[in-house]
Design a protein around this ligand. Structure first.
Ligand code: ATP
Ligand code: MG
Length: 311
C-alpha cells in the first residue's frame, strides 16, 4: 500500500495531569499523583495511525526550536512518520496543551505558539509531484492557513491528488461557514464530528445537511461517537452505519483515528458502507487504549477487530 500521504498539520505537546483532586485553587499548591507528556494534535494522531496502517506518511508542519518541538518530531518518527518536511523555526515557540483530567472530565488550556503558523511557504516545493493524498486536521486552530487551503486543494485537484480535512472544535466560536463551504469543492473527504458540523451549518438535524452543501462537493463523513458515522456521497446519497459495540477506556483520538481509517480505506478503493465500517473500526479501536497516538493498530488488527466484533 505504497501511497504517499502528506499531512499538513499543527503540532503540540499535551501535558496531562490526572487524578481526583486536580482542580486548581489560586494561591495554593496541590500535589498530583500522575503526570504524562505526550504528542498532542489531531493531525499528528491521524498521521501516526495512517503510518500504522501501512502508508508512507509525511508530516508537513512547523515547531519552535525548543525541547517540546524536538519531542513532537521524535514521537512522530517513532511511529514511522517521515519528518523531513517539518520546519524548526527559532522565531516560534512550540504549542502546549495543559490537560487536567479526572475519570469524568477534562479541562484544557492551550498556548497556541506555532500551532496556528503553518502556511503555504512551509510546503515542500515538489509537494504536488510526490503526494497521492493531502490531509489536514484542526481547521480552526490552523488559523494562518485558513484562507490558503482552497488554493492548496485546488492545485492538488489539478494533479489528481485526493484531499481531506477535519475541523475540530472552534474555540473562538466563529465557524467561518462560507470559507469552509468554498473549500468543499476541492475536498474528496470532509470529516467533521456531528456536533461540529451542526455548529458550522447552524442546523440540528442530519437531514438538513444536503440542502446546505455547495453544488460541487466530495464525500462528507460525519463522526457520531458510539452511534457510529454517516456518509453523504458526491450526490448527497445518505449511508449510515452503527458504531461497533465496545467498552471504551479513553476516547481521546477516536476522531483522529477514524480520519486515518477513512483516508486509508478511500485510498484502498473502499466506498460506501465498507468504507464507513473500516473507519468506524479504527475509531472504536482507539477507545480501547489510553491516549491518542500511544497505540496504533496495524491493518491486520483492524480486520481482525472487524471480524470479531459487531455493530
Ligand atoms: N464509544 C464508542 N463506541 C464505538 N465507537 C466509537 C465510540 N467512540 C468513538 N467511536 C468511533 O470513533 C469515531 C470517531 O469518534 P467521535 O465521534 O467521538 O469523534 P470526535 O468527536 O471527532 O472525537 P475526538 O475527540 O477524537 O476528535 C466514531 O464515529 C465511531 O466510529
Ligand atoms: Mg474530532
Amino acid at each position: 500500500m505504497e501511497k504517499n500521504v502528506f499531512v499538513l498539520g499543527e503540532l503540540n505537546v499535551d501535558l496531562i495531569f490526572s487524578g481526583e483532586n486536580i482542580t486548581p485553587e489560586w494561591n495554593r499548591e496541590k500535589l498530583v499523583n500522575h503526570f504524562e507528556q505526550v504528542l498532542g494534535s489531531s493531525s499528528a494522531i491521524t498521521a501516526c495511525v495512517l503510518a500504522g496502517l501501512g502508508h508512507q506518511v509525511y508530516f508537513v508542519g512547523v515547531v519552535g526550536d525548543d525541547p517540546f518541538g524536538h519531542f513532537c518530531i521524535e514521537q512522530l518518527r517513532a511511529k514511522g512518520v517521515k519528518t523531513d518536511y517539518i520546519t524548526i523555526d527559532p522565531e516560534l515557540k512550540t504549542g502546549v496543551t495543559l490537560s487536567l483530567t479526572t475519570t469524568k472530565d477534562r479541562a484544557l488550556l492551550t498556548f497556541m505558539g506555532a500551532i496556528s503558523k503553518l502556511t503555504k511557504k512551509y510546503l515542500p516545493e515538489n509537494l504536488y509531484e510526490i503526494a497521492d493524498h493531502l490531509h489536514f486536521g484542526s481547521y480552526y486552530l490552523q488559523q494562518d492557513a485558513r484562507l490558503q487551503w482552497r488554493e492548496i486543494f485546488a492545485e492538488a485537484n489539478k494533479h489528481q491528488i485526493s484531499t481531506s480535512f477535519d475541523t475540530g472544535w472552534d474555540p473562538n466560536n466563529q465557524w467561518y461557514r462560507n470559507d469552509l463551504l468554498e473549500l468543499l469543492e476541492f475536498t474528496d473527504l470532509f470529516i467533521p464530528s456531528e456536533e461540529e458540523l451542526f455548529s458550522i451549518l447552524n442546523i440540528n438535524n442530519l437531514t438538513d445537511i444536503p440542502a446546505c452543501l455547495p453544488e460541487k462537493h466530495g464525500m462528507v463523513a460525519i463522526k457520531r461517537g458510539e452511534n457510529g458515522s454517516v456518509l453523504f456521497d458526491n450526490d448527497a446519497h445518505f449511508i449510515s452505519v452503527d458504531g461497533y459495540k465496545v467498552n471504551p477506556i479513553d476516547t481521546t483520538g477516536a476522531g483522529d483515528s477514524f480520519n486515518a481509517g477513512l483516508i486509508s480505506g478511500f485510498l484502498q478503493n473502499k466506498r460506501g458502507e465498507e468504507l464507513l465500517k473500516f473507519a468506524n473500526a479504527c475509531g472504536a479501536l482507539a477507545t480501547l487504549r489510553i491516549g491518542g497516538a500511544s497505540y496504533v493498530p496495524s491493518l491486520e488488527e483492524v480486520y481482525h477487530f472487524q471480524n470479531s466484533n459487531t455493530e
